[in-house]
Write a protein that binds this ligand. Structure first.
Ligand code: BES
Ligand code: MN
Ligand code: ZN
Length: 493
């Protein structure tokens, strides 16, 4: 069941809760009406407590009096901050506070159109839940009541609805990416991932081409195929294309799609290995981006490449010591089978440049634990060889609220990845030190001279273990919103 959001000038009857916004310590005009309707209850409650100060995202929920049209009345703080991000956070915190309280519908009185649209976006993102594999409660258990309907009431409701349209498209892309990442690895593997993209994106007008194992062999995806060899589930590459306009060169997005990363023969420790189902977060973000571009009929020409494999240990698995021949022709010495992401990415990067000659290539990958050591879960590290692309990304990051931090590309990191027995090796000489930078240095060997390129290491941002203002714990769908903005700012019109 998904949340239905609508915008209206006046409230409809039959809603479970009324949400009145409060700017700092002032009741908004609608809150004032609710106050009068309840014989001054809101003012009374506000006066007799010290906790609710109306700061952004603060929630005070009270039981409505028995003759009220609502069951609950909720005060939502908006502070004095008029930025979209502040409204989104407040909307998200509201959804978080309403979850599990038995409220299924709410009318939110917003001060204006901008606030209304962004409050609704935050509410939708935070209201997401992944319950596909939970059985419904038994006959005698209480029913599970979820938020199903949000009506945003604001004087300029038509403008709010118009503002919400592209935000809603991006949110649908985010939720699609989260759904993919939250899927268990026995259900989502290269083949089923590819089929899912076909069945969900093709109807929206996205062209979907699935390159199977045989075709990959023919084309020479030697590095990618090696990573998939240990698994019973053969690898796939999926090419997605959204042609919203005629352009000389498309923009290209490439995602790492390891549906499960055991580490392979260089096997990972058992603790938290289950989380390695999220190692396809880059692929999911590319899929989510394509979905949002299609949903809002973006006037852009965009190619998405999803590089899928499962990294397993077995008698057929690739080994440390193997020397692989990549799509580019460069040979790679394998020193650690757990550094597999760069191996699937290098072939996808070479292929997309050769086939589409893109104006820009952006890859997203849950590539290194080292980026988490550097930036935690807050910032995504971006390695980019072009200042104009970085400026665009930095601006899109500020607009979307998805935080990016520029990291260094350097000749020294590239050199670190050169091997004595092959052209390259998949593990740097400095071990864990600078691991995110040497991984980027490896990828840079596969980028054409003069090709604008950005590598986003989303290992820390694709998956979190605590609830956030804009989403519950686990899959975040990170990357969809910032790249949707980037496409809108740089490649449309
Ligand atoms: N998928 C992992 C990176 C990762 C770690 C993502 C934790 C999310 C959370 C990647 O394939 C990996 O194993 N990287 C190794 C690289 C090393 C062997 C050079 C790492 O970071 O330890
Ligand atoms: Mn790995
Ligand atoms: Zn991995």
């Amino acid at each position: 069941m998904t949340l239905t959001v609508s915008f209206r000038k006046t409230p409809k009857t039959g809603m479970a809760a009324a949400i009145a916004t409060v700017r700092k310590d002032r009741l908004s005009p609608q809150a004032d009406i609710l106050d009068k309707d309840t014989g001054g209850l809101l003012r009374h409650v506000l006066k007799n407590q010290k906790i609710f100060t109306g700061k952004p995202g603060q929630v005070l929920s009270i039981t409505a009096p028995k003759d009220s049209a609502y069951r609950r009345i909720v005060l939502l703080g908006l502070g004095e901050d008029d930025t979209p991000a502040a409204f989104e956070t407040a909307g998200g915190k509201l959804a978080g506070a309403l979850k599990g309280t038995g409220i299924d519908s709410a009318v939110l009185f917003a001060p204006d159109a901008v606030a209304g649209a962004h409050l609704a976006l935050g509410f939708k993102l935070r209201g997401y839940e992944f319950l596909k594999y939970k059985s419904p409660p038994g006959k005698d258990a209480p029913p599970v009541i979820r938020l199903e309907r949000l009506d945003v009431v604001t004087p300029d409701s038509a403008k709010a609805a118009r503002l919400f349209e592209p935000l809603d498209a991006a949110a649908d892309g985010v939720l699609f990416a989260r759904d993919l990442v939250n899927e268990p690895p026995n259900e989502l593997y290269p083949e089923s991932f590819a089929e899912r993209l076909k069945s969900e994106l093709q109807p929206l007008g996205v062209e979907v081409e699935i390159i199977d194992e045989r075709k990959m062999q023919k084309l020479g995806f030697g590095a990618h195929l090696a990573v998939g060899k240990g698994s019973e589930r053969p690898p796939r590459v999926v090419i997605l294309r959204w042609r919203g306009k005629k352009a000389k060169k498309p923009a290209a997005f490439v995602g790492k799609g390891i549906t499960f990363d055991t580490g392979g023969i260089s096997i990972k420790p058992a603790a938290q290995m289950d989380e390695m189902k999220m190692d396809m977060g880059g692929a999911a973000a590319v899929a989510g981006l394509m979905r949002s571009l299609a949903a809002r009929k973006a006037k852009a020409d965009v190619v998405g490449v999803v590089a899928l494999a499962e990294n397993m240990p077995s008698g057929a698995a690739y080994r440390p010591g193997d020397i692989l021949k990549s799509f580019s022709g460069k040979t790679i010495e394998v020193l650690n089978t757990d550094a597999e992401g760069r191996l699937v990415l290098c072939d996808a990067l070479s292929y997309v440049q050769k086939t589409y000659d893109p104006a820009v290539v952006v890859d997203l990958a849950t590539l290194t634990g080292a980026i988490m050591v550097a930036l935690g879960h807050e910032y995504c590290g971006v390695f980019v060889n072009d200042d104009a692309v970085w400026d665009g990304m930095n601006k899109a990051a500020k607009e979307s609220g998805e935080k990016l931090w520029r990291m260094p590309l350097d000749e020294a990191y590239r050199k670190e990845m050169e091997s004595g027995v092959a052209d390259l090796k998949n593990l740097g000489s400095l071990g864990r030190y600078g691991g995110a930078c040497s991984a980027a240095g490896f990828l840079e060997h596969f980028i054409d001279k003069g090709r604008p390129w950005a590598h986003m290491d989303i290992a820390g941002t694709a998956w979190v273990n605590s609830d956030r203002p804009l989403g519950p714990k686990h899959a975040t769908g990170f990357g969809v919103r910032v790249l949707d903005r980037l496409v809108a700012d740089l490649y449309e019109g």
